[in-house]
Design a protein around this ligand. Structure first.
Ligand SMILES: [Zn+2]
Length: 167
Protein backbone atom coordinates (compact mmCIF):
# COMPACT_ATOMS: atom_id res chain seq x y z
CA UNK A 1 0.00 0.00 0.00
CA UNK A 2 2.95 2.30 0.46
CA UNK A 3 2.90 3.76 -3.05
CA UNK A 4 -0.82 4.50 -3.18
CA UNK A 5 -1.48 8.23 -3.32
CA UNK A 6 -3.65 9.98 -0.75
CA UNK A 7 -6.44 10.52 -3.29
CA UNK A 8 -6.45 6.83 -4.18
CA UNK A 9 -6.54 5.79 -0.53
CA UNK A 10 -9.41 8.24 0.12
CA UNK A 11 -11.37 7.02 -2.88
CA UNK A 12 -10.97 3.37 -1.89
CA UNK A 13 -12.16 4.20 1.64
CA UNK A 14 -15.19 6.13 0.32
CA UNK A 15 -16.02 3.48 -2.26
CA UNK A 16 -15.54 0.55 0.08
CA UNK A 17 -13.92 -1.28 -2.81
CA UNK A 18 -10.41 -1.21 -4.25
CA UNK A 19 -11.81 0.50 -7.33
CA UNK A 20 -11.04 4.04 -8.45
CA UNK A 21 -11.89 6.12 -11.52
CA UNK A 22 -9.25 6.12 -14.21
CA UNK A 23 -7.99 9.71 -14.44
CA UNK A 24 -8.74 10.41 -18.11
CA UNK A 25 -11.71 8.23 -19.03
CA UNK A 26 -13.24 7.87 -15.54
CA UNK A 27 -13.62 4.17 -16.28
CA UNK A 28 -13.55 1.97 -13.15
CA UNK A 29 -10.07 0.73 -12.35
CA UNK A 30 -9.22 -2.06 -9.90
CA UNK A 31 -6.22 -1.27 -7.66
CA UNK A 32 -4.35 -4.25 -6.21
CA UNK A 33 -3.66 -3.95 -2.49
CA UNK A 34 -0.58 -6.16 -2.75
CA UNK A 35 2.83 -5.11 -3.97
CA UNK A 36 4.47 -7.52 -6.37
CA UNK A 37 8.21 -8.05 -6.12
CA UNK A 38 9.70 -7.56 -9.57
CA UNK A 39 12.51 -9.71 -10.83
CA UNK A 40 14.04 -8.12 -13.90
CA UNK A 41 16.43 -9.46 -16.49
CA UNK A 42 18.50 -7.63 -19.05
CA UNK A 43 20.93 -8.62 -21.76
CA UNK A 44 24.61 -8.35 -20.85
CA UNK A 45 26.18 -9.03 -24.24
CA UNK A 46 27.71 -5.55 -24.56
CA UNK A 47 28.85 -5.43 -20.92
CA UNK A 48 29.72 -9.09 -20.41
CA UNK A 49 33.37 -8.16 -20.01
CA UNK A 50 32.47 -6.50 -16.71
CA UNK A 51 31.02 -9.74 -15.33
CA UNK A 52 33.83 -11.88 -16.75
CA UNK A 53 36.20 -9.45 -15.04
CA UNK A 54 34.53 -9.96 -11.66
CA UNK A 55 35.15 -13.69 -11.96
CA UNK A 56 38.84 -12.95 -12.61
CA UNK A 57 39.01 -10.57 -9.64
CA UNK A 58 39.06 -7.47 -11.85
CA UNK A 59 36.72 -4.50 -11.80
CA UNK A 60 36.33 -2.60 -15.04
CA UNK A 61 34.94 0.79 -15.95
CA UNK A 62 34.37 1.96 -19.49
CA UNK A 63 35.83 5.07 -21.08
CA UNK A 64 34.62 6.79 -24.22
CA UNK A 65 37.29 6.92 -26.91
CA UNK A 66 36.01 10.22 -28.25
CA UNK A 67 35.19 12.41 -25.22
CA UNK A 68 37.22 10.38 -22.65
CA UNK A 69 34.29 10.33 -20.20
CA UNK A 70 34.57 7.45 -17.71
CA UNK A 71 31.64 5.34 -16.56
CA UNK A 72 31.06 3.16 -13.54
CA UNK A 73 29.09 1.00 -13.53
CA UNK A 74 30.31 0.51 -17.09
CA UNK A 75 28.12 1.74 -19.90
CA UNK A 76 28.21 0.07 -23.29
CA UNK A 77 27.53 3.32 -25.14
CA UNK A 78 28.49 6.91 -24.41
CA UNK A 79 25.39 9.07 -23.98
CA UNK A 80 27.36 12.07 -25.32
CA UNK A 81 28.87 10.43 -28.42
CA UNK A 82 26.54 8.06 -30.22
CA UNK A 83 29.15 7.17 -32.87
CA UNK A 84 32.06 6.55 -30.48
CA UNK A 85 33.37 3.30 -29.07
CA UNK A 86 34.14 2.45 -25.48
CA UNK A 87 37.34 1.11 -24.00
CA UNK A 88 37.41 -1.22 -21.01
CA UNK A 89 39.71 0.07 -18.29
CA UNK A 90 40.45 -1.88 -15.10
CA UNK A 91 40.11 0.02 -11.85
CA UNK A 92 43.19 -0.17 -9.67
CA UNK A 93 40.90 -0.33 -6.62
CA UNK A 94 42.29 2.59 -4.61
CA UNK A 95 39.65 4.99 -3.41
CA UNK A 96 38.85 7.57 -0.79
CA UNK A 97 35.58 7.26 1.10
CA UNK A 98 33.34 10.29 0.53
CA UNK A 99 30.30 9.21 2.51
CA UNK A 100 28.65 6.12 3.92
CA UNK A 101 25.65 5.01 5.90
CA UNK A 102 24.60 1.86 7.69
CA UNK A 103 21.37 0.31 6.50
CA UNK A 104 19.41 -1.03 9.46
CA UNK A 105 15.86 -0.79 8.09
CA UNK A 106 16.15 -2.65 4.80
CA UNK A 107 14.08 -2.99 1.69
CA UNK A 108 12.16 -6.28 1.83
CA UNK A 109 14.45 -7.91 -0.73
CA UNK A 110 17.49 -7.10 1.46
CA UNK A 111 15.86 -8.10 4.74
CA UNK A 112 17.84 -11.36 4.98
CA UNK A 113 21.19 -9.54 5.21
CA UNK A 114 22.72 -8.34 8.45
CA UNK A 115 22.96 -4.57 8.75
CA UNK A 116 25.24 -3.37 5.99
CA UNK A 117 27.10 -0.20 5.11
CA UNK A 118 26.75 1.55 1.77
CA UNK A 119 29.53 3.90 0.77
CA UNK A 120 30.54 6.18 -2.06
CA UNK A 121 34.23 6.52 -2.83
CA UNK A 122 36.25 8.64 -5.19
CA UNK A 123 38.45 6.28 -7.15
CA UNK A 124 41.99 7.06 -8.27
CA UNK A 125 40.81 6.92 -11.90
CA UNK A 126 38.28 9.70 -11.33
CA UNK A 127 35.00 7.79 -11.15
CA UNK A 128 32.82 7.56 -8.08
CA UNK A 129 31.68 4.12 -7.00
CA UNK A 130 28.72 3.15 -4.83
CA UNK A 131 29.19 -0.17 -3.06
CA UNK A 132 28.90 -1.96 0.25
CA UNK A 133 31.70 -1.25 2.70
CA UNK A 134 32.81 -4.40 4.50
CA UNK A 135 34.33 -3.50 7.85
CA UNK A 136 34.39 -5.46 11.09
CA UNK A 137 33.74 -2.45 13.31
CA UNK A 138 31.91 0.61 11.88
CA UNK A 139 33.50 2.75 14.61
CA UNK A 140 36.76 2.43 12.68
CA UNK A 141 35.32 4.44 9.80
CA UNK A 142 36.94 7.86 9.50
CA UNK A 143 36.34 10.78 7.11
CA UNK A 144 38.20 10.34 3.81
CA UNK A 145 39.51 6.95 4.86
CA UNK A 146 41.33 4.94 2.22
CA UNK A 147 39.33 2.06 0.87
CA UNK A 148 40.00 -0.62 -1.68
CA UNK A 149 37.40 -1.81 -4.16
CA UNK A 150 37.56 -5.55 -4.45
CA UNK A 151 35.54 -8.49 -5.71
CA UNK A 152 33.64 -10.50 -3.13
CA UNK A 153 31.14 -13.28 -2.96
CA UNK A 154 27.74 -12.17 -1.68
CA UNK A 155 26.16 -14.80 0.52
CA UNK A 156 23.78 -16.51 0.91
CA UNK A 157 23.15 -16.17 -2.85
CA UNK A 158 26.75 -16.95 -3.76
CA UNK A 159 27.25 -14.50 -6.62
CA UNK A 160 30.37 -12.44 -7.19
CA UNK A 161 30.03 -8.68 -6.82
CA UNK A 162 32.25 -5.82 -5.72
CA UNK A 163 32.58 -4.05 -2.39
CA UNK A 164 34.88 -1.78 -0.43
CA UNK A 165 37.19 -2.91 2.31
CA UNK A 166 39.43 -0.70 4.45
CA UNK A 167 42.84 -0.19 2.82
ZN1 LIG B 1 31.80 10.19 -25.33
Amino acid sequence: MSDLGEMTKKRIRENGLPIIDEARTKAPLYVSMRELPLRFQFGTTKIQKFFDGLKEGKIYMTQCEKCTQKYFPPQADCPNCPDSSMNWVPLDGQGELLTCTMIVVKPSTFAHYDNYIIGVAQMKEGVRVLAWLRIDDPRKITPKMKVRLTTAKREPEGFITYEFVPE
